[in-house]
Structures are given as C-alpha cells and as structure tokens.
Design a protein around this ligand. Structure first.
Ligand code: ASP
Length: 476
C-alpha cells in the first residue's frame, strides 16, 4: 500500500516540472503544426501574436530579477560574519573558475579532435545564409575588456538599473576602412540593459558594510531580507505560468527559423560538437567536481533541478531563470544564506556552457576559413572565451555578441559570427541550461562544504537569543 502513496507524493511534488516539460513538447508540436499550416513564411507580426503569452511570462520573470539579485546578495552577505562570507566567497570563486576553465579546455579538446570545420568543408564550399543578421558593432578586444571592468564600477546606481556603458569607436572622416580600429576616435554610449555586474558588486559591498555595522545596520538588513522574501513569494505564483509560457516561447521560436536543413546539414558537425561538450561537462565534469567536493553522488540533486533546467531551456536566459533557481533550491532545503549568495553571482558571471560554446565556435570558424591553430592562438581563445563568458549577459544569445572578442584572437572579422547564426537559437537553449544547472550545483556543493560553519553560527545566534530572553526576564 505504501507504493501508490509514495508514487502519488512524487507525482504531486514533480507536477509542475512534468507540466513544464509537457509545455516544451507542446511548444515544439504547436510550432511545427503552425509552420505546416501556412505555405508562406510567418510574418513578424503573426509570430509576435503567437509569442504574446510567452512574452508576458518572460516579462514577469524579468521584473523580479533586479530586486531579487540586489536583495538576495545583500541579505546573504549581511547576515553572515565577515570571515565566513569571505570563505564562502573564495569557495564560490574557486568553483566558478574551475568549472569555467574545465569547460573551455573540454570544448577545445573536442573541436580540435572532431574538427567539425574541416569535415563540413570537405563536401564543397561552405555557404550559410545569414538572413537578416546585423554585423556587430566595431570594437576592439581591449575596449570590450575595459568596458567589462568599467561596468563593475557604475558611476550612477539608478542608471545601472537601466543601462550599461559601451565604448563606441568612430572612424575619422579622412581615414579609410583599412586603418586599424585602434586609431579611430573613442566615444561612449549608455546602452539599454541592466548593468547586472555593477549591481552585483555593489550588493556585495553593501552586504559587507551592513554586516560590519552590527545593530546599526539591522533596519537596512531587515528591509532587504523582506524585499527578497517578497520577491520569492511572487516567484511562487509566477512559476505556475511556466508550462504555458514555455509552450508559446518555443512555438514562436520555431516559427522564426528559416531553414531546419542547416542544423542537420552544414552545421550539423559543429552543432553535435557543442552538444557533446555540454553533455560531457554537465553530466561528467560537474558530477566529478561534485563528488570530489562533497563525497556524494550528484544525481539526486540533479534530478530535483528539472524545473530549473526546463525553464532555462524555454527562456534561454540565466537571469530570467534566477527566481526559479532560488525557489527550487529553497524547496531542496538548502540554506538561503548560501543560495542567495552563490546563485545570483553565478547567474551573472559563471557561464560554463557559454564559455565552452565560445571556444568551439571560434575554432570551428577558424577551421572553416582554413586558419592554422597555433598553441598561442589556442591559449588566446581559452583566455578570451573565459572573459567572454563572464562578460555575457544572462539573456538570449548574449554569447553571440561577446563572441566577436574571441574571433578577434584568431584573426577573424566580427562578420563571421553569421556563419553559426542559423543554429545559435537552439544551442543557446542548451548552453543556458548548463549555465543554470552549474550555478545550482555550485550552491549545493558550497552549502555542503560550509555546513559546519553555518551550524556554528546558528548555535551562537540561538545562545545569544536565549541570553537576551533571560536578561529581559530578569529585568522585568
Ligand atoms: N543565453 C545565455 C544565458 O542566459 C547566454 C549566452 O550564452 O548567450 O545564460
């Protein structure tokens, strides 16, 4: 009799995940049915109508990101003592660095041994229709890296909630396009899109300050704790829209795609190389790291992250998935002081899937163009792919934008991004899933490693509370 009961509780616990998976499958079915129902291509307006419900779901998630990131980080750091936040911070940095570097190395090994660019060109001349692709802006690698550092220090916090800094290079009138971009005039603009990195860093600093202020900082800490708790309650409501939201997000994306033949045809080898890399990294490397750090197998934790993985796949955005990731980790019983610290920072800077893809894509394009990969170029690709993944925003296809920097290392023009654009929408969903699962697993690992220290803090806080009650009783 115990079996049906356990099965029932398992069903009800995983109901939302199953519905969301069903949402993805329904989205694929709906997309293909709608495609087949029209002999001509779908207009942008019609696609917008199909996407409407998905767009509403995304907007709701996006609205939660800013208060959640800032509130969570400040709460987590402010409620820990400084030396423990330092230790947790160091563990997080080790984890992010190890996973990103191993992802890049794996990508490079795979692309150099499978050689998808060479295999793809063997059948003839490689031609891909870039569709309505717009070439990225003119920018040097140095400027991209300096912009990344500038954005860490926003000059105006209100502006950082809306825009981020971007260097703009303008070709002087008397110059020809042949001149190096390093000789162009330097200007800048504030581009639409939250400067998440700047806000994360500010959150860390304010959290440390509140922690140091003791009782004087308590009202501010209570405010941010209450803010992030309120955001989590809203997340619990919004999450029930995920099955419907992902259905329409996936269906509308399928309507936008011009040619499916490209995925299995010319870009098939490249696609499979990235996918194989993501799979090995997700189930192999991360599992080994998890086991080494915790002496436990990760499969139970991974199996509880279904909702997170499906939402990441459906939205193609680590930032939009953040509220759901935190909610899932809360449900798994992880300490919020760890999850609120590790996950928002991870969603901003730790993107293993993106790092692996950037390395594979740049070397794939170099192979297509017949460029020899010397050791120094391979090292250059590793370093810039890592930087590009840190700099990429947690939004759909952000990796494609920072890719320009990696291409530059191999001596390729930014326009070459168009060679891989046809399959990027789909690869983006897979790499976002790995990005998000890696952050969630990181929170599990760091929580297990910090368990003893957290218990000691809990015991101390309890002792203090008891002493306080006794004191007030004696006074009364
Ligand atoms: N879409 C990815 C994310 O949000 C970033 C990228 O690789 O394009 O994690």
């Amino acid at each position: 009799m115990a079996r049906p009961k356990r099965w029932k509780s398992c069903m009800s616990e995983n109901l939302l995940t199953m519905l969301t998976v069903l949402g993805v499958l329904s989205g694929v079915a709906l997309g293909f049915i709608l495609r087949a129902s029209k002999s001509t291509a779908w207009s942008k307006r019609d696609i917008m109508y199909v996407n409407f419900v998905g767009d509403l779901f995304l907007r709701m998630l996006k609205a939660l990101i800013l208060p959640l990131i800032v509130g969570s980080i400040i709460t987590a750091i402010g409620s820990l003592d400084l030396s423990l936040s330092g230790r947790i911070g160091m563990r997080s940095i080790y984890y992010y660095a190890t996973t990103t570097v191993t992802a890049v190395i794996l990508g490079i090994i795979l692309v150099l041994s499978i050689r998808p660019g060479v295999v793809s060109t063997e059948g003839g001349v490689f031609v891909v229709d870039p569709g309505d692709y717009k070439p990225p802006r003119n920018i040097t690698t140095t400027d991209t890296l300096l912009d990344l550092v500038r954005n860490i220090f926003p000059s105006n916090l209100v502006q950082a909630c809306l825009k981020h800094y971007q260097t703009k290079l303008i070709m002087p009138k008397n110059m020809t396009g042949v001149n190096s971009m390093y000789d162009w005039n330097i200007d800048h603009e504030y581009h639409d899109g939250t400067n998440t990195l700047g806000l994360v860093i500010f959150g860390i600093i304010l959290g440390i300050t509140i922690g140091k202020m003791g009782d004087a900082g308590k009202p501010l800490l209570d405010f941010f704790t209450s803010l992030s708790d309120a955001m989590m309650i809203i997340t619990n409501w919004v999450i029930w829209l995920s099955p419907l939201g992902v259905t329409f997000l996936v269906a509308s994306k399928l309507l936008e795609i011009n040619d499916f033949g490209v995925v299995v045809g010319t870009l098939g080898w490249y696609f499979m190389t990235v996918l194989l890399g993501l799979f090995i990294h997700g189930f192999g490397t991360l599992s080994v790291i998890y086991f080494v750090c915790t002496r436990e197998l990760p499969f139970k934790s991974i199996s509880q992250m279904g909702q997170v993985a499906v939402t990441a796949f459906g939205t193609a955005s680590s930032s939009a998935t953040l509220p759901i990731t935190l909610q899932c980790l809360d449900k798994m019983g992880l300490d919020p002081r760890i999850t609120r610290f590790v996950v928002p920072i991870g969603a901003t800077i730790n993107m293993d899937g993106t790092a692996l893809y950037e390395a594979v894509a740049a070397i794939f394009i170099a192979q297509l163009r017949g460029i020899e990969m010397s050791l120094s170029k391979v090292i250059g690709v590793s370093v810039t792919a890592t930087a590009a993944s840190i700099g990429a925003a947690g939004i759909p296809q952000a990796g494609l934008v920072t890719m320009v920097m990696v291409l530059d290392t191999v001596g390729l023009p930014p326009e070459d991004v168009s060679l891989i654009i046809a399959v990027d929408w789909l690869l983006d969903r897979f790499r976002t899933t790995i990005n998000v699962v890696c952050d969630a697993l990181g929170a599990c690992i760091i929580e297990k490693m910090s368990r003893g220290e957290l218990d000691a803090i809990n015991a101390r806080q309890q002792e203090e509370a008891v002493e306080l009650t006794q004191l007030s009783k004696t006074e009364a």
